[in-house]
Design a protein around this ligand. Sequence first.
Ligand SMILES: *[C@@H]1O[C@H](CO)[C@@H](O)[C@H](O)[C@H]1NC(C)=O
Ligand SMILES: *[C@@H]1O[C@H](CO)[C@@H](O)[C@H](O)[C@H]1NC(C)=O
Ligand SMILES: *[C@@H]1O[C@H](CO)[C@@H](O)[C@H](O)[C@H]1NC(C)=O
Ligand SMILES: *[C@@H]1O[C@H](CO)[C@@H](O)[C@H](O)[C@H]1NC(C)=O
Ligand SMILES: *[C@@H]1O[C@H](CO)[C@@H](O)[C@H](O)[C@H]1NC(C)=O
Ligand SMILES: *[C@@H]1O[C@H](CO)[C@@H](O)[C@H](O)[C@H]1NC(C)=O
Ligand SMILES: [Cu+2]
Length: 225
Amino acid sequence: MQFKLLIASVFFAASASAITGKLGDAAIITDNPVGASYVATFPSNGTITGSAKFSTTGNGTGVEVSLDLKGFKGATGPYAYHIHDQPVPASGNCNGTLAHLDPYQRGQVDPCDPKYPATCEVGDLAGKHGKIPSSNGTMLEVYLVFVDNYISTKQGIGAYIGNRSIVIHNSAGGRITCANLTSIRVRSPAVPSPSGSISPASGASAVTVSGFLGLTAFIIGALAL
Ligand SMILES: *[C@@H]1O[C@H](CO)[C@@H](O)[C@H](O)[C@H]1NC(C)=O
Ligand SMILES: *[C@@H]1O[C@H](CO)[C@@H](O)[C@H](O)[C@H]1NC(C)=O
Ligand SMILES: *[C@@H]1O[C@H](CO)[C@@H](O)[C@H](O)[C@H]1NC(C)=O
Ligand SMILES: *[C@@H]1O[C@H](CO)[C@@H](O)[C@H](O)[C@H]1NC(C)=O
Ligand SMILES: *[C@@H]1O[C@H](CO)[C@@H](O)[C@H](O)[C@H]1NC(C)=O
Ligand SMILES: *[C@@H]1O[C@H](CO)[C@@H](O)[C@H](O)[C@H]1NC(C)=O
Ligand SMILES: [Cu+2]
């Protein structure tokens, strides 16, 4: 038997708090280099496969994040995901990515209040945009697209994500999978593109639903076999 289930909702922790980091609230980065794009491809032998893509928006404000994930079988959600401070060691051990990207030193003890995203850890993508709902042990396919205004593709600043990693967690906080971000910059000033500009930010396979409370919602296809 096979069925498809559509969900268009975002779940948040019941208690959330607006905590200003020791170095202040996060800044909206408005001068990200247009054309910069990074992809993180999760190991193909893991519980979750697929990729996460991070591309500067057309106007340089914010970064478009698109997740295309499959698997989750046997795992326990809802699933948080974050940009972590360090890259994945060559061994693949996700523990080596250390803590969330947190250039304003907010800390992760008090949960992020998505109504005040500037007060959240910069790397706390699930806190700001919602966790991936529970797969209840079955297979899930997830397509999720949103713009985050606080992570950055601009080298040299604390919010820069290009030299770091993304980690997906189970409901107990365990690290299910992780991957380095690697540059896939497609437009170089030195190499003219024959057909004009190529958009690195095309979310062709992604579906967005304008959601509840003005937040980007997502569609999950759950396949139960
Ligand atoms: C996946 O493959 C890598 C590299 O061969 C290996 O280190 C790792 O243990 C494998 N993981 C699983 C879950 O089999
Ligand atoms: C920049 O583009 C993003 C998405 O592409 C959009 O959400 C945002 O409103 C734009 N911001 C400005 C300042 O034009
Ligand atoms: C991630 O990137 C770091 C820094 O470039 C590199 O040392 C490490 O081997 C990479 N990890 C994997 C799993 O490829
Ligand atoms: C990662 O850290 C967790 C929590 O300390 C531990 O249970 C787990 O065994 C570690 N994983 C690896 C592969 O070292
Ligand atoms: C998982 O189970 C919960 C509780 O029964 C339900 O609300 C949710 O829709 C289920 N999620 C999926 C992806 O099947
Ligand atoms: C990544 O780049 C930022 C900005 O240039 C820098 O502050 C940070 O130390 C780098 N992190 C790693 C793990 O290389
Ligand atoms: Cu994390």
